[in-house]
Each structure stands twice: as structure tokens, then as C-alpha cells.
Write a protein of this length. Structure first.
Length: 447
């Protein structure tokens, strides 16, 4: 069996992890989740979750991955706790399920790059979204996006993932900064900033039970937590790197990108009087495309925005595919290119139903957000905090100068705070899914 790869540089790991985190979750999902949950009220809860739960949870996945030097499923066996492998398996399953519908959305982005360049959607924005989001065209662009993802993963950690993300992540930041600066010049943009930055505490109090699970799911999605991605990526990391320092850099850059996305989306929408969140999963497509259609130079601006979206989508998609690929490559003597192609094709097939129905895609998204990601992170917290705590504390201290005080605080945070917060989130998430199911049933009966 070939020698296992490692990152060539620490920066390469950080860019790859940031690339995984900085994906559609930040630029597609974050604006519509924010728009549907009260703007700044949601932003406030989201930021709290990122730093109070997201950062320490990321370190949990880091210590499992680097300590074991294995993929997310084999990691638990390598650490001597094979009966916990089911937790890693659930994470890998989450990666595959997410990539199945994520690739469909990536296909939408490809259609919108072409539509922006040619102005195709300018005459009928809603009609264009309906054409590209579900049906034969959506299946075709889903296949093309998955093909791009497979091609990058097939070339391995250094030659594929690290090389690609070193280009993608800086490009995303530069393009978003330019678009945010342009948004500042729009007439009426002030209303967008007010909506985005001035929380309505009355709304927050009245809707906290629906905002919290959405914010937690969004935080996990944007930080790639619960997918086992960070276990896989950290397994290629050297023991002299500081996990807290690397985690901090990843969280800060990821949050900056999410905030920048808001500074692009909400000034654009409010400048033309569009209600934020009104487009649902199509907010970044229907609403923003409609805005570009009304703004001078909209073709160029649309191309720029959707190129950012494509780079973000690809940087995350490759991490979602790498997770199951790493398991097969670590455990079987198969060529990486063959493994990436076969698994990519299987996940593509699983995503076809979501390419034929946006309602099905929405259910995939809700199940991952409200149930699967919180459950996997909860299992990781129980494992790190109560089962392999000696190994976890020792691994966190490697390469770090923060001392025993930080590691002790982190351990008890993982043991008590994270499980309590996620347990509450799971209860609220199940209630939210049940409510949505009741509303759909009522609509069917009334119809």
C-alpha cells in the first residue's frame, strides 16, 4: 500500500480546511438562513454559536484525526475504541448525503454563470430558476459539477486538494471584498445594513426556539463539523502544529467570509425592495439574479458573484468527497483515481432525486441541518470528553503553548457545555421538522 500523504505546509492545511468551511454554507445558505430568521437577530445567535460551540467542537475533530492519522471510520479503531467507529461512519454518511444535494446546487451555479454572462435570465428570473433548478438540465449540471469535484480529489492531498484550495480561498476573499465594496455604493443599501446589523430583540425573544437550531445547523455546516471532514483533514497534519492556533485561523476566516457574503447580499436585495429570505433555497439565485438584472453592469457583476459561489462550492465539495475516499484508500489497495470516480458516481446517482425536485432537496437539507450534524457532533463530544479524554488532552497540547489551563477548560467545555447545547438543539430541531411536516400535510389536505 502506498505511503499516506501529508500536507506540504501548514498554510496548505489551513487553506484546505478554510476551503471546506468557506463553501455554499457561507455564500448560499447563510444569507437565506439569515433572511428567514430575522436578519441581525439570527446573526447574533449564529456568531455566539460559532465561537462558543463551533470552535471547541472543531478541536474535537482535530484531535481525533491527528492522533489516529486515519480516516474518520478507522480513526476510532486506531485509537483503541473500535466500537465507536459508528460515529465516524455517521459522519461519512453525512458527507455523502450532503454532497448528493450540494452538487446539485453547484450545478445551479454553473448555469447562472452562463446565464449572467449572456443575460439569459434577465427577462424572466423566476422562470430561469425553475428551468435550471429541477429537471434534465439540473441533472446534467449536477453531473458536470460532480465531475469537477472528482477530478480534484483524484489527484490527491498535495497535487489536488492543497493546490486547488491555495488558489480558491484567496480568490473568494478578494472577489467578495470587491462585491461588498460595490454594494456599499448602491442607492438604498443603508436599509440592507440596518437589517443585517441591527437586531430586533423582540423578534429574537419570540422566535428563539426556531432560530437556535437553524443557527447551530448553519454553524456546523459552515465550519464543516459533523461531516468528519476535519477528522480526515487533520489526519494528514504534523504533530508540531498548534491545533488551537490553526482552528482559530479557520474559524475567523470562515466567519469573515460569511459576514462579507451578508454585506453583498442584503444591500443588493434591500436596494431594490426585495424581502430578504423570500426566495427560500433560491435566495442567492432568484432574488440576487433579479437584482443583477436591474442594475447597470449586472451581467459582469452576476458573473463575478457566481464565480465566487462556484469556487466556494468546489472547495467544500472536494472535502465532502475526500472523507469517504480517504476511508477506502486507507483500508484497501485501490487506486485513488478509481475510488474517487466510483464514489463520486454513486453520490451523483443518490443526488438525482434532488436534481428533479427542489422540495426533495429542501428535505435533504433540513435533515442534515437539524438532525444528522448535531447528532454526530454530540457523539464526538461524548467520545472525546468521556471516553478518550486522556488521549484528546495530550493531543491538543502537542505543538501548542497555551498550557494545561486551556486544555482543562476545553475538556470540561466538551464534557458539559457542548452536549447540553446540542441536546437542546436536537430537541428543537425535531420539533421544527415535525412542524414543517404538519404544515405540508395541512397544505395537501386543504389542496
Amino acid at each position: 500500500m502506498a505511503e499516506r500523504e501529508t500536507w506540504t505546509t501548514r498554510v496548505g492545511f489551513i487553506f484546505a480546511a478554510v476551503g471546506s468551511a468557506v463553501g455554499l454554507g457561507n455564500i448560499w445558505s447563510f444569507p437565506f438562513q439569515t433572511g428567514q430568521n430575522g436578519g441581525a437577530a439570527f446573526l447574533l445567535v449564529y456568531l455566539a454559536v460559532v465561537f462558543v460551540i463551533g470552535f471547541p467542537a472543531m478541536l474535537m475533530e482535530f484531535v481525533i484525526g491527528r492522533r489516529s492519522k486515519q480516516n474518520p471510520i478507522s480513526a476510532f479503531r486506531e485509537l483503541g475504541f473500535e466500537n465507536w467507529s459508528f460515529a465516524g461512519t455517521l459522519g461519512v454518511l453525512g458527507s455523502a448525503v450532503t454532497l448528493a444535494f450540494y452538487s446539485v446546487i453547484g450545478g445551479w451555479v454553473l448555469s447562472y454563470i452562463v446565464g449572467s454572462a449572456t443575460g439569459t435570465y434577465f427577462g424572466n428570473v423566476a422562470g430561469f430558476f425553475g428551468t435550471v433548478s429541477a429537471g434534465p438540465l439540473a441533472v446534467g449540471t449536477h453531473a458536470l459539477f460532480m465531475g469537477l469535484t472528482v477530478a480534484i480529489v483524484a489527484f490527491g492531498i498535495q497535487g489536488g486538494i492543497e493546490r486547488a484550495t491555495k488558489v480558491m480561498v484567496p480568490a473568494i476573499l478578494v472577489l467578495l471584498l470587491g462585491l461588498a465594496a460595490w454594494g456599499f455604493t448602491l442607492e438604498g443599501a443603508t436599509a440592507g445594513y440596518e437589517y443585517y446589523l441591527s437586531p430586533d430583540f423582540g423578534y429574537l425573544a419570540d422566535n428563539l426556539t426556531s432560530i437556535v437550531p437553524s443557527a447551530v445547523g448553519q454553524a456546523f455546516f459552515t465550519l464543516s463539523l459533523g461531516f468528519s471532514v476535519m477528522i480526515a483533514y487533520a489526519s494528514y497534519l504534523g504533530s508540531d502544529d498548534s491545533l488551537p492556533a490553526d482552528g482559530s485561523a479557520i474559524v475567523v476566516i470562515n466567519t469573515l467570509v460569511a459576514l462579507l457574503a451578508g454585506f453583498v447580499v442584503f444591500p443588493v436585495l434591500l436596494s431594490i425592495g426585495v424581502e430578504p429570505g423570500s426566495g427560500g433555497v433560491g435566495t442567492a439565485f432568484v432574488s440576487l439574479a433579479g437584482a443583477f438584472a436591474q442594475i447597470p453592469g449586472g451581467e459582469l457583476l452576476g458573473v463575478g458573484f457566481f464565480i465566487v459561489l462556484l469556487l466556494a462550492a468546489l472547495s467544500s465539495a472536494i472535502s465532502l468527497l475526500e472523507t469517504p475516499v480517504s476511508y477506502v484508500v486507507d483500508n484497501y489497495d485501490y487506486d485513488r483515481k478509481v475510488v474517487a470516480t466510483v464514489l463520486g458516481g454513486t453520490i451523483f446517482a443518490a443526488g438525482i432525486p434532488t436534481a428533479l425536485s427542489t422540495a426533495t432537496l429542501g428535505w435533504y437539507n433540513d435533515i442534515v441541518f437539524n438532525l444528522l450534524l448535531p447528532l454526530v457532533v454530540l457523539l464526538f463530544a461524548l467520545f472525546v470528553g468521556w471516553v478518550a479524554f486522556d488521549e484528546s488532552v495530550d493531543e491538543l497540547a502537542q505543538g501548542s503553548s497555551l498550557g494545561t489551563g486551556f486544555t482543562a477548560l476545553w475538556l470540561w467545555w466538551v464534557r458539559l457545555v457542548i452536549p447540553a447545547a446540542i441536546g437542546l438543539t436536537l430537541v428543537l430541531g425535531v420539533q421544527d421538522l415535525a412542524l414543517k411536516a404538519q404544515l405540508i400535510e395541512s397544505a395537501v389536505v386543504l389542496g
